[in-house]
Ligand binder design. Structure first.
Ligand code: KG4
Ligand code: ZN
Length: 346
């Protein structure tokens, strides 16, 4: 019987979860609205909000799980990667609590945890599986041999998929984070209306910066041409009207292109590895178009597909807790000298 309290604070969500023998009993997430007006996460404001949120979020996670501090066997926390000030709040809290309760500490890599979110609910994938991990900072294809043994076989050479969504949304004048809004408008739009180019990147790597630039040019000429030229440059007024009158179709077309880039590489990875159990993870796996496209690809190519529940796609402590559980089973503990780190190999 193992009960783990987990803490996630790598970016702009303060989250705490309780896991009992691999079952998530609670997963409390406090978002931070303060960043919306700035068009992106402001690190200093994120750290301050984590400091305000962490005690009530942990309290609520324990109460929801009906667990007392004395019932906990270990504390897991996100050690890396992320915003250093944000990570430090969770790391210091976890270390202090582990010291006070005299129980082991488990340091978790955020990207490994996104992948293992697929082991929270049934049905679970069989090993080895492939996971397309798509978040605001990462885009990776991960070959997962066991919970503790995984390697990245493809990744983005520039922007992450979530960044492609968020930056496109910003160009459309939508607030941060724009990914969920593009998803919302895309539902009512025609994905074949506008064509954005698919980059030709060798192997299993991704690139999204070209798509972003083509969207920028396309909006600058208000849809008059797919090739940017000065003679097509639209006025600010024309641009605004064009976006307003075509928002759903633009969003659907952007979303379709991002999804096709992701799925084409995933298909290539399945052919190279012969692996048929395919998962997605990370914030962008909350995208309804991607979820649907993965299901359809699964039917077409005979894959077994797995998608975490919404609450385990974007940043959450449930995924830190399940990773902490597997680390506990393999006695993979950290000592109190461990520090948060903005970047780290895993
Ligand atoms: O995993 P996550 O919560 O944080 C990071 O570790 O980065 O991912 C956040 C990213 C943001 O770029 C956000 O716009 C994107 O996930 N995202 C979505 C959707 N929900 C979140 N992108 C597209 N469609 C969505 N429904
Ligand atoms: Zn994340």
């Amino acid at each position: 019987m193992i009960t783990i309290l987990a803490i996630e604070s790598s970016c702009d969500e303060t989250s705490a979860a309780v896991c009992h023998d691999g079952i998530i009993l609670s997963n409390i997430i406090a978002g931070q609205k303060v960043h919306e007006q700035y068009g992106g996460v402001v690190p200093e404001l994120a750290s301050r909000a984590h400091m305000q949120n962490i005690v009530p979020v942990v309290d609520t996670a324990l109460q929801t799980a009906k667990i007392k501090l004395s019932d906990i066997h270990a504390i897991a926390f996100t050690q890396s990667p992320g915003l250093i000030g944000s990570l430090l709040v969770g790391a210091q809290f976890a270390k202090s609590l582990a010291l006070a309760l005299d129980i082991p500490l488990i340091a978790v890599h955020h990207m490994q945890a996104h992948v293992l979110a697929n082991l929270i609910d049934d049905p679970k994938p069989s090993f080895p599986f492939l996971c397309l991990t798509v978040s605001g900072g990462h885009t990776q294809i991960v070959l997962c041999e066991s919970p503790m043994n995984m390697k990245v076989i493809g990744e983005t050479i520039d922007d992450a998929a979530g960044e492609a969504f968020d930056k496109s949304a910003k160009l459309l004048g939508l607030p941060y984070p724009g990914g969920p809004l593009i998803d919302k408008y895309a539902k009512e739009g025609n994905p074949d209306r506008f064509k954005f180019p698919e980059p030709q990147i060798p192997g299993l790597n991704f690139s999204f910066s070209g798509v972003k630039t083509s969207i920028l040019y396309f909006l600058q000429n208000a849809g008059k041409s797919t090739i940017y030229k000065e003679e097509f440059a639209a006025t600010e007024e024309e641009k605004k009207d064009f976006i307003q009158n075509n928002l759903n179709d633009i969003c659907a077309s952007i979303q379709q292109r991002i999804i096709s880039i992701l799925l084409n590489k995933l298909k290539k990875a399945t052919l190279q590895t012969g692996i048929k159990d395919i998962c997605i993870a990370g914030g962008v796996s909350a995208n309804s178009g991607l979820r649907q496209a993965l299901k359809e690809a699964g039917e077409k190519y005979n894959w077994n597909t797995f998608i975490p529940a919404f609450q385990y796609c974007t940043d959450n402590a449930g995924m830190i807790a399940i990773t902490g559980y597997y680390k506990y089973l393999s006695s993979n503990f950290a000592d109190l000298s461990v520090s948060a780190s903005a970047r780290a190999e895993w």
